[in-house]
Design a protein around this ligand. Structure first.
Ligand SMILES: [Zn+2]
Length: 321
């Protein structure tokens, strides 16, 4: 655990899959603790969180509020358990809360997801594997109800502390960052990461969601803040947020160029374009991420009028204009 500012602590919790760790943040206020994200639902993560709180004279029962950046299981997997133990109120965007509720009800429309990936060129066998994986992720989160939805750029006050909600859709359609203006600290969630760019995925419920456009707009939003240090959910603190954002923009500009060149060589599904860009030697999960990322770029190229899409039988194919 690291004390990153007065009364604000970064706690690094273990995670049993890629990246291996996730940071959560504890703001000690009055008699309680506000927690920003919770980590995954494993006994190891819970024990580590308990130990970290104990070292500052607090425990799980002192957590009175939980603020969640987005619905992925490494960010809110254990929120339900903490809420059961301490009665903490949970705050989240309404958009991402809806994903949590759908997962809890088991009402994720399988046919919707299947249809989407089928039309973009993935095989049935591949989609079956993907659905099993999505099922695993959704069961990993302990069910919970959200007490309050974030509204726009709301400000929350704790004694002498305050922080602002910065909506940052892109990685998910409802992701937020938290900005502490007095400390000039940004808790950037998965929005800005030091070494990787967050996966950009379509929202199966919202076919009009433009992940890349939203992500780039959200980058612009955080870069306008006078941030001194950004603390991401994974990896080390970002000391020059502007420079990191510029690297990420450049990365996406390059990728857009590569995808445009791929489409110039004949009609292709999203899957085929993703093979050109990312190769075919990926694990199934990485292939899925590659298709999502490629889709995010194709959507924007089409909006710009640089490529066109049409139906070829049951597939959507892209070609140069
Ligand atoms: Zn995430």
């Amino acid at each position: 655990m690291v004390n990153i500012s007065e009364d604000l602590y970064m706690i690094t919790l273990p995670m049993p899959f890629r990246l291996k760790h996730v940071h959560v943040f504890a703001l000690v206020h009055d008699n309680g603790v506000a927690l920003f994200d919770t980590g995954v639902n494993t006994p190891e993560a819970f024990t580590k969180l308990e130990g970290a709180l104990r070292s500052i004279g607090k425990d799980i029962h002192d957590i009175d509020r939980i603020f969640i950046t987005h619905f992925h299981t490494d960010h809110c997997g254990i929120a339900g358990r903490i809420k059961d133990l301490s009665g903490a109120a949970i705050f989240m965007s309404e958009t991402d809360a809806r994903r949590i509720y759908d997962d809890q009800r088991g009402s994720l429309d399988i046919n919707l997801v299947r249809g989407f990936y089928r039309q973009h060129g993935l095989s049935e066998r591949f989609i079956d594997g993907l659905l099993r994986l999505l099922d695993f992720f959704k069961k990993a989160t302990i069910p919970f109800r959200v007490d309050e939805y974030f509204e726009g750029h709301g400000t929350y006050h704790f004694g002498r502390k305050k922080f602002e909600i910065i909506p940052a859709p892109g990685h998910t359609s409802g992701q937020v960052c938290f900005y502490l203006p007095d400390e000039r600290i940004l808790l950037s969630g998965d929005h800005v990461l030091p070494h990787i760019t967050p996966n950009l995925s379509p929202d199966p419920y919202n076919p009009d969601f433009r992940p890349l456009r939203c992500f780039l707009d959200s980058l612009q939003k955080v870069v306008m803040l006078p941030v001194v240090t950004a603390y991401p959910s994974h990896g080390e603190p970002i000391l020059n947020l502007r420079a990191r954002v510029e690297e990420i923009r450049e990365h996406h500009r390059e990728r857009t160029g590569l995808i445009l060149s791929s489409v110039k060589w004949g009609q292709k599904t999203t899957f085929h374009v993703s093979l050109d860009i990312f190769g075919s030697e990926l694990t199934e999960f990485d292939q899925f991420l590659a298709v999502n990322e490629t889709y995010a770029h194709l959507v924007e190229l089409e909006k710009e009028g640089l490529i066109r899409k049409k139906w070829e039988g049951e597939y959507l194919v892209y070609s140069a204009v």
